[in-house]
Ligand binder design. Structure first.
Ligand code: SF4
Length: 230
C-alpha cells in the first residue's frame, strides 16, 4: 500500500485495519480522492522568524517577537522550546477549491465526503512536511535545526493564538487564509504552527542531531527533554 493511501485511511479512522479487510471500493476512492485533490489544490506557505524569551514573573510565560509581540502561557511549549532563542512561525494552506471539493462529495455521500476530507488532511500534512524539510535544509547551513511543528490547540497552547498567527504572518495577504468568527481557519485545510530553532555544534562526521519530521509521537528519543507533552 502506498504511504499516502495509508495516511488517507489512517485519517479516515481505518489505520489499524488490514488492507484486505477494507472494502476495495473505499481503497479505490481513497486513491481517486488524492488525484482529484491534486488537480484543484493550490498549496502555499509562508514563514517568519521571531525571537523568543521568557516573561519575567509569569510561570511558563513566553514572548515571541520584539515589537509585534505574541505572549503565550504554556507549559508544553516552554518545555519544547527550551534552549531556543528563535522560533519559526509557519502557515500553509491547500486553497479554497479543496473545501469546495470536500463539500461537493459530502453532500453526495457521507462516506465519500469523509474519505475526501481525510485525503485533504493527508495532503496538507505531507505538504507541510515537505516545506519544513526544505526550511530545515536551509537552516542546517547555519548549523541550526528545527524542532517539530507545534500548533495552537496542541497540549496547553491555547487555540485562540491562531489569531496571532493570522496577524503576525499577515495570512489574508500572504496565503489567503482568514479566520471565522469562531476562530477556525478558511480554507479549512490550513495549518498554523511554530517550530523552535535550535543550534548544533559543527558535526564531526556529518551526523546531525535532527528532530523526527513526523513529530515527537513517532520519535524514538524517548528520553528527550524537549519532547512535546504527549
Ligand atoms: S522527542 Fe524527538 S522530535 Fe521531539 S523534540 Fe525530542 S528529538 Fe525532537
Amino acid at each position: 500500500m502506498s504511504w499516502l493511501r495509508e495516511e488517507v485511511l489512517r485519517y479516515a479512522g481505518m489505520g489499524r485495519a488490514d488492507e484486505k479487510e477494507i472494502d476495495p471500493r473505499i481503497i479505490d476512492f481513497a486513491d481517486r480522492a488524492v488525484e482529484e485533490l491534486i488537480h484543484v489544490y493550490e498549496p502555499r506557505c509562508t514563514t517568519k522568524i521571531f525571537s523568543v524569551s521568557t516573561i519575567r514573573g509569569v510561570e511558563n510565560g513566553l514572548r515571541f517577537g520584539g515589537f509585534d509581540v505574541m505572549d503565550v502561557t504554556s507549559r508544553s511549549l516552554t518545555v519544547n522550546l527550551q534552549g531556543c532563542e528563535e522560533v519559526l512561525f509557519f502557515a500553509a494552506t491547500l486553497g479554497i477549491e479543496v473545501d469546495r471539493l470536500i463539500r461537493k462529495y459530502s453532500a453526495r455521500d457521507m462516506s465519500q465526503g469523509l474519505i475526501m476530507d481525510a485525503a485533504a488532511t493527508a495532503l496538507i500534512e505531507s505538504y507541510c512536511d515537505g516545506c519544513n524539510y526544505r526550511l530545515e535544509k536551509e537552516l542546517n547551513k547555519e548549523y541550526k535545526t528545527l524542532r517539530p511543528r507545534f500548533s495552537p490547540g496542541y497540549g496547553d497552547f491555547d487555540v485562540k493564538h491562531q489569531r496571532d498567527f493570522i496577524r503576525l504572518l499577515d495570512l489574508p495577504r500572504t496565503i489567503g487564509v482568514t479566520p471565522t468568527d469562531g476562530g477556525m481557519l478558511v480554507p479549512a485545510k490550513s495549518v498554523t504552527a511554530l517550530m523552535g530553532i535550535s543550534r548544533f555544534k559543527k558535526p564531526l562526521y556529518g551526523d546531525i542531531q535532527r528532530c523526527n519530521i513526523h513529530g515527537c509521537e513517532e520519535c524514538l528519543k524517548k528520553d528527550c527533554i524537549y519532547r512535546r507533552n504527549i
